[in-house]
Design a protein around this ligand. Structure first.
Ligand code: HEC
Length: 179
């Protein structure tokens, strides 16, 4: 019993306490790797691995450089587009996709009113002069032609005429009741 405890203590001392106390790490306990390569061959092997690492590092640097160049070229291309295109993107395409504009071709008047509606009621944040630029650009890029433009004027005409007509009718009725 006594010798059992002693050997446990000895083992603990050898395996844990002593290495820790001497400040060595586990790698230094490993036996040197057995190899049948000559020192010259070992050196060549090490150099080959280092070359591979260096090549991989260069490839990665080139890839990063290319990606950065592509990013810059794209940023330049975007910045070089005409002013109205950029303005539309900034003021309108935050809420809409470009399809939304394509699918709603309108006359100049229609676009003026749409841009005004977006400005007043939908919170498109326009600055002075934006509306004119936007309406002009949109009307030339997504114009309503032929029947569609007549329909637009017809609807606008009705939208203006109906309240006037209703007001007139009400007034007539009012006067009839007075008489
Ligand atoms: C803050 C979000 C917002 C911005 C910015 C905005 N819109 Fe709108 N837009 C809306 C909403 C919401 C509607 C639907 C209600 C309506 O028609 O008033 C709408 C409707 C429209 C419609 C009618 C077609 C449809 O799908 O209903 C057109 C066309 C349109 N917008 C164009 C524009 C243009 C051009 C601009 C830039 C000047 C713009 N919008 C900016 C929110 C926005």
């Amino acid at each position: 019993m006594k010798s059992g405890l002693a050997s446990v203590c000895l083992l603990y001392g050898l395996l844990v306490a002593q290495p820790a106390w001497s400040g060595l790490d586990i790698d230094q306990y490993l036996p040197p790797q057995e190899t049948d390569l000559s020192p010259e061959e070992q050196r060549q092997q090490r150099e080959a691995v280092q070359r591979q690492i260096e090549e991989a590092r260069q490839r990665e640097a080139q890839r990063a450089q290319k990606a950065e160049q592509a990013r810059q070229a794209e940023a330049e291309r975007l910045a070089a587009r005409p002013y109205p295109v950029r303005l539309t993107e900034k003021r309108c395409l935050t809420c809409h996709s470009i399809n939304n504009l394509e699918e709603n071709p309108q006359t100049r008047l229609g676009w003026e009113l749409t841009v005004l509606r977006m400005d007043w009621f939908q919170g498109a944040q326009l600055e002075r002069g934006d509306r004119k630029v936007l309406a002009q650009y949109l009307a030339t890029t997504y114009p309503a032609r032929g029947l569609r433009s007549y329909l637009e004027y017809l609807l606008l005409g009705l939208a203006l005429f109906l309240p006037v007509f209703a007001g007139y009718q009400l007034r007539q009725r009012h006067q009839k009741m007075k008489n």
